[in-house]
Ligand binder design. Structure first.
Ligand SMILES: Nc1ncnc2c1ncn2[C@@H]1O[C@H](COP(=O)(O)OP(=O)(O)O)[C@@H](O)[C@H]1O
Ligand SMILES: [Mg+2]
Length: 370
């Protein structure tokens, strides 16, 4: 019955790059995703099916020694149901079902952080608007408790009337209100925790454009202590991407935690040390961990552009700088603004400027004629 080592819930780029790292070590992998032609299905065996269907989750889990995930939106209840129905030990899910349940509701995640004394913006449900206004005040950030990514579930309200303008979003019980943080910069840290140890990759600065991560480069500070404390506060085991705010005072506040490899860890594919994907595989399979040390690297996301189809030309243009590495996810459709791949620049000087240049060249080539 068990034919695979690792089952991935989700078949996007994070599953694809994890599978590639796993295959290098000889592991057999299976992914589950509703899409027919996914980044993961191009590199390994896959099942087509819904990620909220416990029967489909069970179909995958029954064939795999360990199960992990590439997004936190898969309902913890569906996974629990699948495991119970098939008599699968809940311990075979990395990052843990309880941890997933805590993280996938942004309000419960915040409460877990605050309860553990981990610095994080104050947040409460928007169900009772008056209490929310009294406790949080303006400016206020409102967020969907479930399913937000790339800022799709995040809005700002500077006044009560702006909050009213968003009423159609938050009238159900599914939104929270939290303090607006006047941060100096946004940072991110990949954290890993297993039965024997805990640690972190370097603290990176992240630049978001229209709420989508744009550039990632070394932050020159160390926020690992608070990032590890955040993952401990949600009872996590495995690999986690932790997003933080840095205040003018130099203080760190936790924004959110992702229980999986993360866009801000992609630099590690080319930095020479263990990559976040290999670390994820090692954590999932209970192997000794790699040491998170490597060369300074800058990552730039490649987003879907209008009228761009010449991938061969794009690649060649980006690689004009010999320090550049191109990663492409093989997504079926290049929707505008969608994460299609990324570039890493490693070695030499001016990493951020070179990443920006390489990306501009990539886009120019992508839009160019043959
Ligand atoms: N409390 C806050 N104060 C100020 N800006 C915020 C706050 N929360 C989120 N943001 C901004 O919105 C972006 C998206 O919010 P986030 O909670 O990370 O949602 P997503 O799941 O879409 O990444 C953050 O990267 C940050 O730039
Ligand atoms: Mg975020």
């Amino acid at each position: 019955m068990i034919k695979y080592d690792i089952g991935f819930l989700g078949g996007g780029q994070l599953a694809r790059m994890s599978i590639q790292a796993a295959q290098r070590m000889g592991f057999r992998c299976l992914s589950l995703d509703p899409g027919l032609d996914t980044p993961a299905s191009q590199v390994g065996d896959s099942i087509v099916g819904s990620l909220v269907d416990s029967d489909k989750i069970a179909e995958l889990a029954k064939q795999c020694l360990r199960v992990t995930l590439e997004n936190e939106f898969i309902p913890a209840n569906a996974i629990r149901q699948a495991f119970t129905d098939s008599a699968i030990d809940e311990g075979s899910l990395i990052p843990g079902i309880d941890c997933l349940a805590t993280i996938q509701d942004k309000l419960i995640q915040r409460q877990a952080l605050l309860k553990a004394g981990v610095p994080s913006p104050k947040a409460i449900s928007l169900l009772d608007r008056k209490t929310a206004i009294a406790q949080i005040g303006f400016p206020m950030v409102i967020k969907s408790r479930f399913g937000g990514y790339d800022g799709k579930g995040t809005r700002y309200a500077k006044t009560e009337s702006e909050l009213e303008e968003h009423r159609s979003l938050w009238t159900g019980a599914g939104w929270l209100a939290e303090q607006f943080v006047p941060f100096r910069r946004e940072l991110a840290v990949m954290v890993f925790i297993d039965a024997h140890s805990r640690g972190a990759f370097p603290t990176m600065e992240t630049i978001q454009t229209k709420h989508v991560c744009d550039l990632v480069f070394p932050g020159g500070v160390d926020a690992s202590e608070v990032a590890i404390a955040a993952v401990e506060a949600v009872g996590g085991k495995g690999l986690f991407g932790v997003e933080l705010f840095e205040l003018e005072s130099g203080e760190f506040l936790i924004n959110e935690i992702a229980p999986r490899p993360h866009n801000t860890g992609h630099y590690s594919l080319d930095w020479g040390g263990v990559s976040q994907f290999e670390q994820h595989v090692r954590l999932t399979m209970g192997l000794p961990l790699g040491s998170p040390e490597g060369r300074e690297t800058c990552m730039a996301n490649l987003l879907g552009q209008e009228g761009a189809s010449n991938l061969a030309h794009a690649r060649a243009r980006a690689l004009e700088d010999p320090g550049v590495h191109v990663h492409w996810y093989g997504k079926a459709e290049a929707k505008l603004g969608r994460k299609m791949g990324h570039l890493n620049v490693v070695g030499g000087e001016n990493l951020v400027e070179r990443a920006r240049n390489a990306r501009a060249n990539f886009y120019e080539g992508w839009k160019g004629a043959d």
